[in-house]
Design a protein around this ligand. Structure first.
Ligand code: NI
Length: 259
């Protein structure tokens, strides 16, 4: 069974058929889903999904593009609810300088990234990190706070294979999704082929980033076999081997998941 490590089924794009889709996961070989919060409202909807579906676990955290949602009161809410039995991680948190160019807001992103990393440390939870166009600052912050003591995944990894190896050395997992199937994603293909299989997680980031041959359409975990197939081809191993190894990896990282 496939372990989907990063989905957003709370997204409006799933309103028409969410229940039908989630109910069909098991028959399509999707065994576990981590639904990842991004803003405050999506964290609340994530908790509802974890109550409705036994195989759905949640991550609570505020995405760098949504830090306007964060203040001490919201932080305390995160702190309280992250202790629930089906909250398996803090995320997604991090830095996004692609969408945010204002240095003052970037500095607030760094502040809340650090605070949420510390929250994960305090609660002994792993982190799901989003980092886009901010490779240097992300690494600097993580080294500064000794992030090697906090287990986690760099989700939708978009940097060089060299940076991937640095994260692997820190004990981090690398989340790989639909982008690896795109023809122009040379760096990511190289990363997927060269880092240890024991460090790779499968993810969609759905509804975004559908793999080939469904690129451009709404994504869902049902497309993960295409991602597994591409990673398998790049490494010269079987798709089943990729699915089994990445599931084992996810279970090692998300220790609150019991299946
Ligand atoms: Ni995401």
């Amino acid at each position: 069974m496939i372990f989907e490590s990063h989905a957003h089924y709370d997204d409006k794009q799933f309103d028409p058929d969410r229940e039908e889709l989630l109910s069909s996961m098991e028959e399509h070989g999707i065994g576990t889903v981590i639904n990842v919060g991004s803003d405050f409202a999506s964290c609340k909807r994530t908790l509802e999904l974890t109550e409705q579906y036994a195989f759905v676990y949640g991550a609570l955290g505020i995405h760098p593009s949504d830090i306007a949602d964060l203040n001490e009161e919201a932080y305390e809410w995160l702190q309280g609810n992250a202790c629930l039995p089906k909250v398996a991680a803090i995320g997604e948190i991090g830095l996004d300088y692609y969408w945010e160019k204002d240095p003052e807001v970037q500095s607030r992103q760094r502040y809340w990234f650090c605070r949420q990393m510390e929250l994960a440390r305090e609660l002994s939870l792993p982190v799901i990190i989003h980092s886009r166009d901010a490779a240097e600052d992300t690494m600097k912050i993580m080294k500064g706070i000794h992030a090697e003591q906090i287990p986690g995944v760099i989700h939708c990894f978009s940097y060089s294979p060299e940076i991937a190896r640095e994260y692997v050395k820190m004990g981090y997992y690398i989340g790989i999704g639909g982008v690896v199937t795109f023809k122009n994603s040379k760096k990511l293909k190289e990363t997927a082929a060269s880092i240890p299989l024991e460090r790779i997680l499968l993810e969609t980031d759905c509804p975004y980033l559908a793999p080939e041959p469904n690129r451009g359409k709404r994504n869902s975990s049902l497309n993960l076999p295409y991602v597994a197939k591409e990673i398998a081809a790049l490494r010269g191993i079987s798709e089943e081997e990729v699915i089994e190894a990445t599931r084992g990896n996810a279970l090692r990282l998300f220790t609150k998941v019991d299946t």
